[in-house]
Ligand binder design. Sequence first.
Ligand code: PGA
Length: 257
Amino acid sequence: MLIAGNWKMNTDLPRGVELAKAIADGIDDADSAFDAIDFAVCPPFVHLQAVGEVLEDHPVAVGAQDVHSEDEGAYTSDVSAPMLTSVGCTHVIIGHSERRQYYGETDGEVNQKALQAHRHDLVPIICVGETIDQRRSGDAKSVVHAQLEGALDGLEVTAADDLIIAYEPVWAIGTGESATPEQAQDMHAVIREDLADRYGADVASDIELLYGGSMKPHNAADLLSQPDVTGGLIGSASLEAESFLGIAEEAAAVLEG
Ligand code: PGA
């Protein structure tokens, strides 16, 4: 079970460090309650090193929110995989719907970034998800299927922890209206099947499939108790340690049965 925070373009450096410290303290205070939970936080680029230092002795991976597909070059404002690994980053979100929507990121670009992440031993957290119009017209599954097909082209996955997929229906992100547990499970089962076709059932069965889109402490247990929902990619509720760890508490309770 992986509980991952996507801070997006929020927090200045002092606030980001404070948030990381509060998460670290909360995990310490919980003693062994979170032993079965994996954590990750994805702060803005400029906080990665400082947040990494705060979390160094804690079981919280640090991820970026994007990566360029080239190692270096004349790409003003972009950040490369070697830069990320040099500040201790281990994960990277790729193809978030906000990147697709505001920057026109295509499945092909998502694929290039995922391949680049692997070349540098970064675990890609690949985001997929349909818009409300696509859901209403009954195309949600084919849209997600096509996004996966594009994103995973040529991407070798031999162990389950080489890849994380986040299903984030666009209509649920930041709206307060999460998918129902059934909608999430339905789509996660489709994703799991796609991964099994591509990588074999053994590997696919252990790949983390995160749900993202208005996950909060109050709805986390229902979502996370679905068999193929093995974690959350959390936006606004990850900006307060209390709500982020509140979701982790729900996850721990689900695991305990
Ligand atoms: P949200 O964002 O939890 O604020 O809906 C999730 C995401 O976009 O990763």
